[in-house]
Design a protein. Sequence first.
Lengths: 762, 204
Amino acid sequence: MRATSASRPFPLVLVVALAASLLTGLAATPAADAAPLGTPCQSSGTWTQGELDVWFLDVEQGDAQFIVGPTGRTMLLDLGENVWNRTTNTNAQMVAQTIRDICDVPSGPVHIDYVLASHLHLDHIGYAGNPHDTTAYGNGIYELLDPGQLGFTVGELVTRDAGYWQDSNGDGDCEVGTNASPSPDVVYTNAGTMSSTGRRWICWLYGPSGQADRANIEGRVTTLTNDMPSWPSFDMGPGVTAEVLQANAKGIMQADGVTPVAGDHVDDPVPPSENDYSVAVKFTYGNFEYATAGDADGEYATSSFGYSYNDIETPLGPLFGNVETMRVNHHGSSHSTNTSYVADLAAETAVIQCGNNSYGHPAANVLDNLAQTITDDGVGSDVYMTNNPCDPNVGTVAGAFNSNGDIHLVTTTGGAGYELRYDTGTNAYVARDDASEIGGGSGGGGGGGTGDPTQVVIAEARTRGPGGASDEFVEVVNTSGGDVDVSGWALEGCAGGSGNASNRATVPAGTILAAGQHLLFGNNGYTGAAAADLTYSTGISDSGGVRIVDAAGVFVDGVGSSSGGNSECREAGGLVWPTSGADEAATRDAGNTDTDDNAADFTVAAADPENLASPFDGTGGGSGGGGGGSGTVTDLLINEYVPDNNAFANEWVELYNPTGTDIDASGLQLDDIAGGGGSPQTLPSGAIVPAGGHYVFQISGYLLNNTGDDVRLLTADGATVIDSHSYGSSADDQSWRRSPDGGTWCGAYGSATQGTSNPASC
Amino acid sequence: MVRTLAAGLTTTTLLLVAGWLLLDVGPVTAEPDVGRPIVLVSGRDDHGLVASDEVALLAEPALEGDEVVVTTLADGTLVRVLGDDGGSWLNVVPLDGGPGGWIDDFHLRGTAHVVGEEQACPTALHASVDGPVLRELRASEQVELLDDHTTEDGRRWVGVRSVQGGVVGLVPAATLSQQPGPPPVPGVDCATIEPDPEAVPHQH
């Protein structure tokens, strides 16, 4: 709940200061009449009717995105500045002209449906003016929307809930204060490293009605508060969903696992970074999905500058799920874009908005994580940068697209694909539907646990094809029931004469093969339809072979020619490679049976190479640790719950799916003690508990007693108890939980891990 | 238009400032109820990162491009606030001497971290210069800056109020830093700081 009382003492000094101000003529700026709306985006503009356009605007070291829906509805997401007191040649003036050009508005104000501020830093919102200023400050979003400046109008100005104006001195306006005379007019709700940038923003957004610079935002401010029953969506036109997934670090705990990031931490010895309160938004149009999350961090650490980094990304990743495009958080900071986040998003394209800086943006670890991401197109995200280089000490990022200027993303054929247009060209991409994406559940395989590395086998291979002797490929598949980390594994080729093996290609770090997933190696001359995930250039002899070794060089699987002497690749007597030049390959049977006898296990068949993005084999269960097996609702477990919510907006119950397939929990009921207490609550439609994953049900109102109760998961008809647990007296935001996931219940409550894996032990 | 400090601070503060300037400051017997006549110059951005090692001290308030620079002050310099312009500009003079001028509040901070000589160790909060210890300040504890005093032998002390706890006392100026020191190292012994039970803390 929002605080209603002042958090700081009432200062006599401000009364004196106000009196002095009034005596010297510094009265509040007179009110202005509400301005007429600006001109909406015209169909004659450069945006694309029937598609979703996203412009990543080059504002140097900062962010600004302009998004236009298929019918011309618009959103400006951030408008950062580089210099706080700049009033000429500002980014706001440049962005205003760009928007006019896009919207074909020759001059004057444009009406934007939404302006959204991700968080309250200069490089995202600019610096707001205040009526008490004696120098004419105001750039960024303020300059854009101030009727006395650029005068653009807005349907909704959306911001996170950092604080609000409380007229503590009763003078009718919001003073920002100075460090010599702090003002109590701003009361913080969710804040850590608050700066004058943030205080000015709050004073402008929530200041008195009638204040001239507020005329275009009066009554149009939407604050994303943590007591909202659900985050809002925005109307960007038919077929587009634009939904908030996170703001104010709601539900995220600090490193101690107990203290929420949300709340007023301004006076904490080590407050959370303002970055961690960033708003995260997901846009979807057709198959195309885009994720943007401000400057959210992805680790727990303490900055030498006196604030904390908090891991917002890890729990945010599953909320986004697989997307086509991600905006790289925090301009490529080393504290963001963690491996879990990039794995969840599996974005084929990643945009880094950065400019000249001394912060090390973009960081090498971020670029590495992006390069090693397994996407639906293979290994590695294509990186785009609004400037390249950004930090001179980092230097030019090799392989990144765009060197200076705006990047324009536009979907094609209603979101079936998309293009990224940059300074020297255009790249086109396919946008896959969810079922065809990594993590999309196609094929029915895949367990949540760790699979058996020895069950990764070569499924198909050839030493020549229609393209000649270099038209080679080797397809590997994970036949176990769980994930296998194949980082550092290698494809080796065996010489026809000596039979000795040597490296052809090494699998990048962070590569996980899910159950049933394929990995495709191809020689440079490979001509097959499925793109090779990894390539090599030294060919394989028709009398040679190939093998897979793990990161320690230990043989995993191999196939080789029966000719010649000893071969380090073949199993048993080896086989005869197809050499006709037809589009065929040595292929295992449909079940990928492996008896360690190449001649018995392989036959020559039409080639059907598959890669990381191909549908997974439906291996079902298996011996993977914890994974495998098809699931039903009766397999679901209550895994964790918080009866006594304080920082958490609601009581909640986390379900865990120990099986290898997703389970639809829609319609199941959650109840407290049988025969009494509250009424059962029904899980909503679309309540899917992913294989090996979690689903968190937010209880409406109150159901679970703080002093002890039962929590029960019931079938949809309420007749059968699927799982239950009894607990005693609870503490604020502490959870009762199993350890590890699906394990035995801990005897005492502990730090909550909502939506993520429980600790391995109590 | 320049307002003097008197226009912006309370009588209590003025009396305190005058008292500290005129008297050989002994025990802290009063504190400003509001207002911080001492602030730190900051070249840091919203993220707390150093955007500039030096901050321009201007002849008068001005926007970017119109500045008349008197001198530059290093990030972390302690300055005395002489007045303001009714807005966000403060008229300041460095405590260590040099010309005065104007700096916008964007580049000033009213709080600092107390980082002792042993940077990962606590620091004593004294009731007066070299006086009894009121309490122990944790390593890098945040304090509000209140005022300063220079001893006859040239040592500068600063009156501070702990952000958490509200205790007012004095620390050597050299222990104040905009940036916290390194975190305490487990197992490393620090000198024992024992508060004097006779010293009366000023709680708020």
